[in-house]
Structures are given as C-alpha cells and as structure tokens.
Design a binder for this molecule. Structure first.
Ligand code: NAD
Length: 484
C-alpha cells in the first residue's frame, strides 16, 4: 500500500508555523517495516533547525501562549482532539505503514491521542495554587507557572500516545514545545502538528524537527533555551539526556524501559486473566515499555497457566500491519536481530509455545514469531533484560515472599499486576511492589489517560498522564505578602 496524500511536505520541519526544509537540506529515508520498502523521505534536522525552533517557541511563549486565558488554551486542545478523531483513517493508516502497527491497534492509538487532547483541554483551566495560613500580617499563596520552552523526544513504538501525553500536558499548562520524533517513524507526529495549526494553535507554539537522535535529539537536549525535557526511550539514551539536562540544570522526565511482571496466585480467575497475561506481552509485537514480559505463577496453577497460554500462542499470527493480525512486524531489521539474538540465548530453555508468521508476509518485512518460555531461572538474561519483542517467560513461585522477591528482582520498575481475590494480599502486595503502577485483577486498565504513569529505577523518573503530568510541566512559585 502506498503512502496516502499528505497536506504538507513530509521532508520538512514545522518551525514557527511554517513548513520548511532543514537548513542543510539533509534527508532520511522512512521505511515500511511490513515489507522493507521506502515510504518517503523525511527531514534530517540539525543544530541550526533546533535552534530556530527553540527561538520560535520562546517568542510564542512570550507573545501569546503564556498570556492567553487558560480556558482558551483548553478550547484549542479540545478542538485538536476533535480534528484528530475526524482524521482517524489517515492517522491510523500512517501509523500502520510507518510503525508496522496492526490497523486496529493504530486506530486505538488515534483514539487515545484524541482523548489526551480532550483530557488536557478540559484540565487547562483547573490547575491552580493554594493559600497557606502563615504568620500574622501575611497573606501567602502559590502560583503554578509553566516552565517555558519544553523539549519532547519521542520513540517510534507509540508516537501518537506519547505525543498526546507529553505535548498535551505541556501545552495545557502554557508551555510551548519543540518535538523531536523518532527517525524510524514520524509521519503521525507531523500530521498531528499540521492538525494543530488547523485547530487554531498559534504559530510557534508547537514546532517539530525530525532527525537523528545523535544530531537533532542531542542538540535539543543541550540547548540552553530549553527549560524542561520530556524523554521517552532507552536507558542508554536516557542517561545522555539526563547528563545534558544536568549541565543546564533543567528538570527532566525520563520514561524508559521495563520488565513488568504479572503475579498469578492460587485463587486467581484464569479465564479473566488469560487475555491480559498474553496480550500485555505481545501487544505491538512486545515493543511496549510497559509490556508484561514476566509471568509469575503459583506452583499449584503453574501447568494450567502454561497450557492455557500455550493454546493462545498457537492462534497468534504475525501479519503485515495493514492486514491487521494480532501482531505486525518489528520496527526495523536492527530490532529484529536484537530480538532474535535474545531468542538464540534461550536454546536451553523450555520453549512451550510459539506463534506463526503468515506465509504471505513479504520476505523483506521484519517478522518475528512470538515465543513463550517456561521454567526460566530468575537470573537468566531473558528474565532480567528488556527484550522489546514478542517474548514472554513464565516462572513458578511457592510463597508470596518469593513472588515479591522475583517481581522486584530486576533493575526496572514500571508496571506490575496482581491476580488474586484475597483482598488483604492485594493491599499488601500493592505496597511491596517496586513499580510506578500496580494493577489488581487487570493489566493496563484501558490505556489509562487519566492514570499517572512513570517508573522507578531504570524505568525512569517523573510522571506523565493524568493530572500529575500537569504538575511536572509547571513550576511552583510562593508569594508571601506582608501587610499590617
Ligand atoms: P532510543 O533511546 O534509541 O530513541 C528514542 C528517541 O531518542 C528517538 O527519538 C531518538 O532519535 C532519540 N535519541 C537517540 N539518541 C539521542 C541522543 N543522544 N540525545 C537525544 N535524543 C536521542 O530508544 P528506542 O530504541 O528508539 O526506543 C525503545 C526504548 O524506549 C525501549 O527501551 C523502551 O522501553 C523505551 N520506551 C519507554 C516508554 C515509556 O513510557 N517508559 C515508552 C516507549 C518506549
């Protein structure tokens, strides 16, 4: 399938409300992961383009976005949410072609992006400071103010959802933005920015500079004109981003990887858990920061869970994204070889089930069948490292203490879930799990635009999503007035 017509030139950056080529006219090829073909060319922005984008964002902050009423900011974001939904066919097709995401999942991501705009549009005029009782003769209050120009670095796996939660919250609080989408997939970022203009977002409030991480991304993080950085991506890059932020002493939100566990106890309901045990691991081909790649099962139910998950795996067929299977291809040849390398290290493990690759899938697509391994030792690389592919491990436990120890035994701490009907155990474990989110008898809770999200340890720090993100994208000023 060829690329749909776009109402802008995808080899341009959006700077100050104008589509323009990068200053040195460098371009990158954008590939279709389903068949390896070239979709189009995109801009390879450099330090100059980033500098111009930041200057435009600063002007837009000073001249309008920080001063217009919060309700008006909210109205524009809500308009944008409606336009996103109106363009669901275009956006989901672009995401399927660009990311390799099955069409139904791409449509769900468009709805999530629209929901972020609706949520943050509605919240824009509802964040306020407080008055603080203090000494006689004083009136003390706090003001929540935007940081100024915020930088947003986004990966390729969920471009729309990640832009929604980070750019949406930043704009609602009155910040202006420079967005650097991933070089592997950036068409929905560009289309979203074009819709933002149509929705009435003033020029320069949202600027987009596509390009390489090592060039455009690094320049954005190092620039002294950036007042806050929101980064979603790998731990390795997260360290570099945090070092740049430290150099300029600016706050940074890091949303990094995960090795998220689901804990299935002896009294749990397998029928309701089963879709979550499997889907949370293989959704988006396992290329999800919150993918549940570890399934911990009480020994009394261990074989039953293995049998049921194995049955599900046999029905998993990997197809080209447009054909809308349970899984699509992985993003790139590089990602495919990383995942295959992990699988090759599992030769001695107990492979209990494997999905299938559709026989008609193009040879140049990046397809990997889902793999389910059982009896995986706690210290095996498959049980400890983030794979970012369709691979899950099942591990047995005998006691609650052992389950917690295994669950908390990696460097990560993003999401966890507990399957049990024992209320006291639910409360106990929710406290003990080292994790940014804990779900009880579910996993992921329908996307959770309203639910604060973020990690501990190598999963990062800071919170996005929900109301909490609005606090991260603002700074608090205390005003103490003395009057006799
Ligand atoms: P990555 O870190 O290589 O790239 C992510 C983004 O950072 C891209 O836009 C890239 O261009 C940019 N980048 C690369 N080098 C940079 C540099 N030196 N300075 C500034 N920016 C730079 O990550 P990836 O491999 O593309 O994405 C996969 C990783 O992202 C996984 O580890 C995954 O867990 C993580 N992730 C986390 C979340 C979350 O919310 N916690 C969500 C999605 C992905």
């Amino acid at each position: 399938m060829s690329l749909p017509h776009l109402p802008f030139d995808p080899s341009c950056c959006l700077i100050g409300g104008q589509w323009r080529h990068p200053t040195d006219l460098e371009k990158l090829e954008l590939k279709n992961p389903s068949d390896g073909s070239t979709l189009t060319e995109i801009a390879s922005g450099n330090e100059n383009d980033i500098g111009e984008a930041i200057e435009n964002a600063k002007n837009a902050f000073d001249q309008c976005w920080n001063t217009i009423p919060a309700a008006e900011r909210g109205r524009i974001l809500s308009n944008l949410g409606r336009l996103v939904l109106k363009n669901i066919d275009l956006l989901s097709t672009l995401e399927a072609l660009d990311v390799g995401k099955p069409l139904t999942q791409a449509q769900a991501d468009v709805r999530a992006l629209a929901r972020y705009m609706e949520f943050y549009g509605g919240a824009a005029d509802k964040v306020h400071g407080e008055t603080i009782p203090y000494l006689e003769g004083y009136t003390v209050y706090t003001l929540r103010e935007p940081h100024g120009v915020t930088g947003h670095i986004v990966p390729w796996n969920y471009p729309m959802q990640i832009i929604g939660r980070s750019v949406g919250a930043a704009l609602a609080m009155g910040n202006t933005c420079v967005l650097k989408p991933a070089e592997e997939a950036c068409l929905t970022a560009l289309t979203f920015a074009n819709l933002a203009i149509e929705a009435g977002l003033p020029r320069g409030v949202l600027n987009v500079v596509p390009g390489l991480g090592s060039t455009a991304g690094a320049a954005l993080c190092a620039h002294k004109g950036i007042n806050h950085i929101s980064f979603t991506g790998s731990v390795t890059t997260g360290r570099l981003v945090q070092a740049s932020a430290a150099n300029n002493i600016v706050p940074v939100t890091l949303e990094l990887g995960g090795k998220s566990p689901q804990l299935f106890f002896e009294d749990a309901n397998l029928e309701s858990a089963l879709p979550f045990l499997v889907n949370a691991g293989i959704q988006n081909g396992g290329q999800t920061c919150s993918a549940s790649s570890r399934i911990l099962v009480h020994r009394s139910r261990y074989n039953e869970v293995i049998d049921n998950m194995s049955q599900k795996y046999k029905d998993l067929i990997v197809r080209p994204a447009i054909n809308d299977g349970a899984l699509g291809p992985l993003i790139s040849e590089r990602q495919k070889s990383i995942v295959e390398d992990f699988i090759s290290k599992a030769q001695k493990l107990n492979l209990v089930a494997q999905g299938e690759i559709d026989s008609g899938a193009p040879a140049k697509g990046h397809y990997v069948a889902p793999h389910l391994f059982a009896d995986v030792p706690e210290d095996h690389i498959l049980a400890k490292d983030e794979i970012f592919g369709p691979v899950q491990v099942i591990m047995p436990f005998d006691t609650e203490e052992e389950a917690i120890s295994i669950a908390n035994g990696t460097d990560y701490g993003l999401v966890a879930s507990i399957w049990t009907n024992d209320g006291a155990r639910q409360m106990r474990l929710a406290k003990k799990l080292k994790s940014g989110q804990v779900f009880i008898n579910n996993y992921g809770a329908g996307g959770g635009v309203e639910l604060p999200f973020g990690g501990r340890g190598f999963s990062g720090h800071g919170r996005e999503k929900g109301f909490e993100a609005l606090f991260g994208f603002s700074t608090l000023k205390t005003v103490a007035s003395y009057h006799q």
